[in-house]
Write a protein that binds this ligand. Structure first.
Ligand code: GLU
Length: 290
């Protein structure tokens, strides 16, 4: 059965921009008769208590979801299975570069800026063994050169360069790009609605899905919320969480529906008037109350 999802990282409270993306993901899914799933992306930074507060806040603006919450930290076997599949197809290689070495390497002309330049792609087995004694390697995808295209509800066909993405970090933790692809496929998610700072990652993720034999989801990358300075909203911007806004006497849901040109109503009452083609295409600048 088809499904959409919201996949927050429990690194702090959701802010009004995250909640706005959550509402949109819910509206896209529910208005197309999909299930709506919540997945906690907790492979990385986790702040104690954050997951519960995020779930409370989603409920607080009137969202609900189907089935149990899924946590990535409980699914490491699935990611390792995918790595084994790719390794059996000779699609992986260990990489010994530090982040800094990757950033400082001269970039190859056929690769997008910042892309991995292929430094460790063709090391001999002996060299790999020698370097493994110095530092545990990351595992990268042996990607195809070139580009990949995805369909996006708001951006149309979007094409991006492929890259040897990290699949497992040097510390053994599965990387976001792998986990997201494995989970979306395993959970039957065929609609990915998220902020458009991830649009440029979509082609790599769809390509990785293809290599693992999964159909790509349909994407909708929605405009990001920005601070008055034009940067993505962050904690230092002040009153941006549900609790902070409530203390300031503001109704977060109302702020969000106003920003989307939707009527001031509970999410369930927005399904009828929801029309993705009418969504704003520009980032939303949110100036927190002082
Ligand atoms: N966990 C990611 C975030 O909170 C979202 C990833 C995704 O939606 O693909 O930014």
């Amino acid at each position: 059965m088809s499904a959409g999802r919201f996949a927050p990282s429990p690194s702090g409270d959701l802010h009004v921009g995250n909640l706005r993306t959550g509402l949109l993901a819910w509206l896209f899914a529910r208005s197309t008769a999909r299930r709506f799933l919540v997945r906690i992306e907790d492979l990385d930074r986790v702040r104690e208590g954050s997951e519960q507060r995020q779930l409370d806040d989603l409920r607080g603006i009137g969202l609900d979801w189907d089935g149990p919450i899924v946590r990535q930290s409980e699914r490491r076997d699935l990611y390792e299975d995918a790595i084994a599949t790719l390794t059996a197809a000779e699609r992986t290689f260990p990489c010994f570069c530090t982040r800094r070495e990757v950033l400082e390497a001269p970039s190859a002309p056929h690769l997008p800026p910042g892309a991995y330049p292929g430094t460790c792609r063709d090391l001999s087995t002996a060299e790999q063994a020698r370097r493994s004694r110095v530092r545990p390697p990351a595992l990268r995808l042996r990607s195809d050169p070139g580009t990949w295209s995805v369909d996006d509800e708001l951006h149309g066909t979007f094409t991006g360069g492929l890259d040897d993405v990290v699949l497992r970090r040097g510390d053994g933790v599965p990387a976001y790009n792998l986990a997201v692809v494995v989970d979306d496929a395993a959970q039957g998610i065929d609609q990915v609605v998220r902020a458009d700072d991830l649009l440029s990652s979509a082609p790599r993720q769809a390509h990785l899905a293809h290599l693992l034999g999964h159909p790509p989801p349909r994407y909708a990358h929605v405009p990001l919320a920005l601070s008055a300075e034009g940067k993505r909203l962050a904690k230092r911007d002040g009153a941006i969480t549900l609790r902070q806004l409530a203390v300031a006497g503001l109704d977060p849901l109302r702020l969000i529906t106003d920003s989307l040109g939707l009527p001031a109503a509970a999410p369930a009452d927005l399904l009828e008037p929801f029309d993705p083609t009418c969504l704003p295409r520009e980032p939303w600048t949110f100036v927190p109350p002082r």
